[in-house]
Design a protein around this ligand. Structure first.
Ligand code: NAD
Length: 257
């Protein structure tokens, strides 16, 4: 098993990428802390892991709140004795996120609070725990939109993910000699609740798919396998990367008909 003996904390683990990753990490031997603002969803994931013979605990945490982030890290150490892997994955895409003129300041602040400050706070409280464990792996969920602009705007979301990428690079450099690796995971467009509720018509979905060489949305499980590699010791020389898992979208200039 690829994560035997490791303790992993995953934010936004109640749904989508976080949920699939929690299930996969547990199946690969990790003890998993399922952190989410949605208690019902998070507790259901813990039950699924336990039913499959794995070990997990749920912690209700809003990653935009410092006290919650401190408490989720404490829960990892209290429940399983240490923290080896921190997956800062929770994020939102607000339906009113648009261009600079029309996006409300409140939408900007909410998005930045969860998507960008949430990663900072995860690291603020997670890094001391990783140090206590003798090192570890941090994975921050960014996005392909950190690298590409779109005419269908979601300005706050895009800016937040650009921030995650820049912060990841700097964290990787700061902590490289401590045995703490920090990588960004950049998913392409996925068939999860987050994007499907934003692209809420067939026309909007098709408009996005035109740009994906593979011609389909990705699945959360396809991102979980990339997270597994970054979490495991197999990636021991990998730090500071932008790990693209995007169906080829960032490689494309013109896509197949
Ligand atoms: P999702 O909506 O399926 O799941 C997100 C989870 O995060 C939910 O369980 C939700 O309750 C939780 N969450 C929301 N706000 C939270 C908060 N403040 N504190 C703690 N938990 C919170 O979304 P997903 O598609 O799995 O997205 C996960 C990450 O991947 C996000 O950071 C997202 O921006 C990123 N991403 C998604 C796509 C995509 O196309 N779906 C593409 C690139 C990047």
């Amino acid at each position: 098993m690829r994560l035997q003996g490791k303790v992993a904390l995953i934010t936004g683990a109640g749904n989508g990428i976080g949920r699939e990753t929690a299930l996969l990490f547990a199946a690969e031997g990790a003890q998993v802390v399922v952190a989410d603002v949605n208690r019902t969803a998070g507790e259901a994931v813990v039950r699924e892991i336990e039913a499959a013979g794995g070990q997990a605990v749920f912690v209700r945490a809003d990653v935009s709140k410092a006290a919650d982030c401190e408490a989720m890290v404490q829960a990892a150490e209290r429940s399983f004795g240490k923290l080896n892997v921190l997956f800062n994955n929770a994020g939102i895409m607000h339906s009113d996120d648009d261009n600079a003129v029309t996006t409300e300041e409140s939408v900007w602040d909410l998005t930045m609070g969860i998507n960008l400050k949430g990663v900072f706070l995860g690291c603020k409280y997670g890094i001391p725990a990783l140090r206590r464990a003798g090192g570890g792996s941090i994975i921050n969920t960014a996005s392909f939109v950190a690298l590409l602009g779109a005419a269908t705007p979601q300005l706050a979301y895009t800016a937040s993910k650009g921030g995650v990428l820049a912060m990841t690079r700097e964290l990787a450099v700061i902590h490289a000699r401590e045995g703490i690796r920090v990588n960004a995971l950049c998913p392409g467009p996925l068939r999860t609740e987050l994007l499907m509720s934003f692209l809420n018509t067939d026309e909007k979905k098709q408009r996005r798919l035109v740009h994906v060489p593979m011609g389909r949305f990705g699945e959360a499980a396809e991102i979980a396998y990339a997270a597994l590699y970054l979490a495991s010791d197999e990636s021991s020389y990998v730090t500071g990367t932008e790990f693209m898992v995007d169906g080829g979208i960032t490689a494309a200039y013109v896509t197949p008909e």
